[in-house]
Design a binder for this molecule. Sequence first.
Ligand SMILES: Nc1ncnc2c1ncn2[C@@H]1O[C@H](COP(=O)(O)OP(=O)(O)OP(=O)(O)O)[C@@H](O)[C@H]1O
Ligand SMILES: [Mg+2]
Length: 385
Amino acid sequence: MAKKKAEGYLSGREARRIAKENRRITNAFEKQRKRKNVPESEYLTHMADPNNAVEFDNLHTYFYTDAGVVKSVDGVSFEVPIGKTVGVVGESGCGKSVTSLSLMQLLQRPQGQVVEGEIRLNMGDKAYDVTKMPNEQMQKIRGNYVSMIFQEPMTSLNPVFRIGEQVDEVIALHHGEGKTKEDIKNRTIELLEMVGIANSQGVYQMYPHELSGGMRQRVCIAMALACSPKVIIADEPTTALDVTIQAQVLDLLRNLKDKINSSIMFITHDLGVIAEMADYVVVMYAGRVVEKGTVHEIFSNPAHPYTIGLMASKPVVGKQVDKLYSIPGKVPNPIDMPNYCYFKDRCEMCVAGCEGEYPCQVQLSPTHFVSCYRYYDHKNQGGEG
Ligand SMILES: Nc1ncnc2c1ncn2[C@@H]1O[C@H](COP(=O)(O)OP(=O)(O)OP(=O)(O)O)[C@@H](O)[C@H]1O
Ligand SMILES: [Mg+2]
């Protein structure tokens, strides 16, 4: 680790040294990933539980930046069961998007790299470890098995092509074999209608800027669902929309998910959306999972002080308060994480032991896990470490 000056600036020499070291590390990763004709056995794996669609297992995703290594995701484990929705919540910058981009292999490369851990993807008769898959194979998985809906629809649509052409392209690329242009167009129109666009023939001819934000997001959903993926990642799909359109888009996602029996990994800041959409909740803080459980457990019995703070900071209809609760302090610097619990400096519920190393996971129920020293009693009574 480079020595920093008191003000936190790096000298030119140190910066060059870091850049050189980064290049060495990322080049090695890239070389591995760009290989051709990699045997399947290298990325074949087994699901820990065949009822899961995706299993994140001790995922570490780092960015090798000129200022040092940003440990964006640092040991994240959770699973997305088949046919269920898993909500991922946490403060801005806690690594939610980086976790989902790791699954899609869409990290900004070469600086962004998965350095440790597995992401197991259930392919039905077999399972793949996405982190070890070379680019070639990954292209076949993306869109077909896993697809993603992004926060800002305008950034995922190309402004210079008509809507129809863009959706056609997705279908042609993944399911185009043996289909005529007419077949593909009909499928596009069908998809646009499925996501609730009334004037589908008209929209087919339009450019993205001619649509409203809600319509654009629907087009993105149509593109994401074009190949009936097994796993849909929705990264704050409704943040850019107003509340009524938001409710419609959420309804749409839920209905479509049931129709094609996929799983959804739903990333959001909005606890209300989680309560409505999710079966399970994963709470992340500073690149780690601090608590996970069923939606009922997390909402009625939050265990981690951060989750408790989150719950206290959401407005409740009919409850009079002068000021909403806010969690004091700020997230630690991801380049220089402390060696004790990352939340300790902001925590108002510290107990003896909190100054020790990062707390391990304590099991509170078959589905409820928390990483916090306050529950070490449970652990001693037979909980899992
Ligand atoms: N390309 C990149 N280069 C360097 N650091 C990055 C890059 N992308 C993300 N990070 C860092 O990784 C961390 C996690 O970012 P991420 O985008 O996953 O946050 P998030 O939880 O999705 O936040 P938000 O709720 O604001 O979308 C942040 O500290 C961010 O600065
Ligand atoms: Mg994000």
